[in-house]
Write a protein that binds this ligand. Structure first.
Ligand code: SF4
Length: 363
């Protein structure tokens, strides 16, 4: 006899088949998923949403990922890199508004000069904010020594997106050139964890060629890797990419959003105390997308604090939300009327309980 959604949700362990059934749930059954994820979120991480002020540090990138607007061969964007002063000014402004944490995100550059600049930026952020602002990095594949230097400088979380954890799909969305190696990316993720960072990754949902079985594999990978945080994003084509112009995803945007919400809820159910980021790409598909992801189990958002003049240049996908200043009266930008009982964690780092437990810092 086939198991129903309600029966599967009573289980403590979930097989690949169970997860695939959950992913297949319709709108009505998905409400059960979201409700279960909400109960687990409240019990294990609480109903506070923590902020990571996002600094899009640079759109210069040595890679050529087939889905990304910052890819090396895209000649239609103006490349930029923030100066240390510009990045610091953005951090200080966010800190004064109550942000407890920032994320420095940028294209992948492997050079001594880049490593030095980031190390210096981390140190100056920590010093000028009296060590009050936590620093997350999302700067791609680097040598182990560079991860160590950035960690020692004071960054404590690192997000390295895999987008797709399976080799076959990964190789379909990345060019087979000397910069792209499936093994190297996974080795980097392990090196990040071994360095001591709270370790995060990200998935793209609704990619061309992707199946529900792939997505179930992704969730099992996250569980087995024992990840501390994850960002789930619906795949959105970028016009200046081969995946964008091809328009070959088998999923409509709305369907990708629905799948992303189900992935978020299932991840919360199988990894109860990790941090799950509600991505800005959710908002690009649905104006209430970020709030829906929070109701489905996410507990982190990353409001953009990049200086306005640079934002036009940082478009990894189409339909990215228009540049806006942070509203000082509502720095999260969330519609809190949709999120009863949710608080915004101002002046807090909002570290993953999972990480503390993994490091035996809490019982
Ligand atoms: S996804 Fe990241 S590594 Fe790939 S091209 Fe875009 S910025 Fe570069």
């Amino acid at each position: 006899m086939k198991k129903g959604i309600a029966g599967i949700l009573l289980q403590k362990e979930f097989t690949h088949e169970d997860i695939t059934v959950l992913l297949r749930s319709d709108e009505e059954d998905a409400k059960l998923l979201y409700a279960q994820a909400a109960i687990i979120k409240e019990k294990y991480v609480g109903n506070t949403v923590y902020l990571r002020g996002l600094i899009e540090y640079s759109n210069v990138c040595g890679k050529n990922c087939l889905y990304c607007g910052s890819r090396r061969e895209n000649r239609n964007i103006k490349r930029y890199t923030l100066s240390e002063d510009e990045a610091l000014e953005a951090v200080i402004s966010a800190w004064r508004l109550g942000f407890g944490s920032v994320t420095i995100q940028g294209g992948e550059i492997e050079s001594d000069n880049h490593a030095d600049k980031i190390e210096s930026l981390i140190r100056v952020i920590r010093e000028k904010t009296n060590n009050e602002v936590g620093v997350t990095l999302s700067l791609g594949e680097q040598e182990r020594d560079v991860y160590r230097r950035w960690y020692n400088a004071g960054a404590h979380r690192y997000l390295l997106r895999l987008e797709a954890t399976g080799r076959e799909l990964y190789n379909k969305i990345h060019p087979l050139d000397k910069e792209n190696h499936y093994e190297k990316r996974h080795a980097c993720l392990r090196a990040i964890k071994e360095t001591g960072f709270q370790t995060g990754t990200g998935l793209l949902i609704g990619l061309p060629h992707q199946t529900l079985s792939d997505l179930a594999d992704d969730l099992i990978f996250l569980r087995d890797f024992d990840i501390d945080m994850c960002v789930m994003s619906p795949f959105i084509e970028h016009t200046d990419t081969s995946e964008g112009t091809g328009g070959i995803s088998g999923f409509f945007l709305k369907e990708r959003l629905f799948l992303t919400l189900k992935m978020t809820a299932i991840l919360r159910i199988i990894m109860k105390d990790i941090n799950i980021i509600s991505s800005s790409a959710m908002q690009a598909v649905d104006t209430e997308g970020r709030e829906k992801a929070i109701l489905a189990g996410a507990n982190i958002i990353m409001p953009n604090i990049t200086p306005l003049k640079y934002r036009e240049g940082y478009k990894l996908y189409n339909h990215k939300q228009e540049s806006k200043e942070i509203d000082p009266a509502n720095v999260s930008g969330l519609n809190l009327t949709l999120l009863p009982g949710t608080e915004i964690g101002l002046k807090k780092w909002g570290d993953a309980t999972h990480y503390k437990r993994r490091k035996n810092l809490v019982l």
